[in-house]
Design a protein around this ligand. Structure first.
Ligand code: SF4
Ligand code: SF4
Length: 333
């Protein structure tokens, strides 16, 4: 039953499914109760339900809202490190591996090997990768399907050519990325892959191109509409997150961990300078870190809303408000 719950709910909670589900799920408070109960049934004492692997910290784009510049120098995750974490996950049931943090995962030539290795395990792990889509040429499209990747999210930001250049910080033609996506949808196995185009509306551009939205929906893409957040308060001026209620616990330290290219293990995938680090995966097991005292203290800070130097960057962050509260009021300290 537990594994079944893990499988059913994990994608819904961790933002790996189309927003339409969330829109429907929050139409009533009853569904909100269902969401909280369902999410909490996933909280695993022994192992996170999602591990973000920073497959690469290199990037071919230079987005002005990216906190990557705050991160220590680094290239790609060593395969042996990814392998160590994946093999450990086998002992704890299906885990979703999200193959990104700060960087473009397709820059790492070993990405297909990592994805294939995850899907060759005796446990039915899931994989999701977020890419800017520029490197999705024919070779990489074939590798997407050969590797068995479960879900691909393309951060497209906008369907407007000029706005696109501003958002990615380079003179890159949006049309090239759109052609890649059209090509991907023609692959004979395209239906087996969950394909999501992620757009970010802004005050300047609240509506995106309805003709292109229609075209890509017809090609099998889900369209997600998001807004920029401040990524742990690293990014000024881009956030349009509306914090509608008092502070509630961020879901990150209760459900996920992130392993960086240097092996640092942090509680948060937007923690660019690793100030929320709880250990290093080269030296320690994920299970030990997940059950360790440092994480417990951090979780307590989130439950009480009283942040010390331990969770200093959480104070000014608004990323937590991007997902619903997973706790009932009586559970908060
Ligand atoms: S594509 Fe992603 S990692 Fe690269 S600069 Fe843009 S936001 Fe940063
Ligand atoms: S509050 Fe922000 S910085 Fe802290 S764990 Fe959540 S998303 Fe990360």
């Amino acid at each position: 039953m537990f594994n079944l719950n893990r499988t059913i709910f994990k994608n819904l909670i961790l933002g790996n499914s189309p927003n339409e589900f969330f829109d429907q799920a929050f139409m009533s408070s009853l569904k909100s109760v269902f969401y909280k109960v369902g999410t909490q049934s996933l909280k695993d004492k022994n192992f996170p339900i999602q591990i973000n692997l920073e497959v690469s910290r290199s990037c071919n784009y230079d987005c002005p809202f990216c906190a990557r510049k705050e991160a220590p120098e680094g290239m790609h995750i060593p395969f042996d490190l990814a392998k160590k974490v994946i093999l450990e996950a086998n002992d704890y049931g299906p885990t979703t591996f999200a193959l990104h943090m700060w960087g473009e995962p397709l820059m790492n030539p070993e990405w297909p090997k990592i994805v294939r290795f995850i899907h060759d395990q005796p446990v039915a792990h899931g994989t999701t990768m977020t890419t800017n889509g520029y490197l999705l040429n024919k070779t990489n499209i074939n590798k997407v399907f050969e590797s068995g990747l479960s879900q691909l999210i393309i951060s497209l930001h906008t369907f407007d050519e000029e706005e696109y250049k501003l958002r990615v910080g380079k003179d890159i033609k949006l049309e090239k990325v759109l052609e890649n996506l059209r090509e991907l949808s023609k692959h004979p196995e395209a239906k087996s892959l969950t394909k999501i185009i992620r757009l970010f509306s802004t005050k300047n551009e609240p509506e995106n191109n309805p003709t292109l939205i229609k075209e890509f929906e017809a090609l099998g893409y889900y369209i997600e509409n998001e807004v920029y957040d401040n990524s742990a308060n690293f990014i000024e001026g881009w956030s349009e997150v509306k914090v509608k209620s008092e502070r509630y616990p961020c879901y990150h330290p209760f459900l996920t961990l992130t392993v960086t290219v240097q092996g640092d293990v942090t509680i948060c995938c937007v923690d660019a300078n690793h100030s929320l680090k709880i250990g290093n995966a080269f030296e320690e097991n994920i299970h030990n870190l997940w059950t360790g005292e440092k994480l417990k203290k951090m979780q307590l800070e989130h439950m009480t809303g009283k942040f010390t130097s331990l969770c200093e960057i959480c104070k000014g962050c608004d990323t937590w408000a991007d997902k619903p509260d997973i706790f009932f009021d009586f559970q908060k300290k």
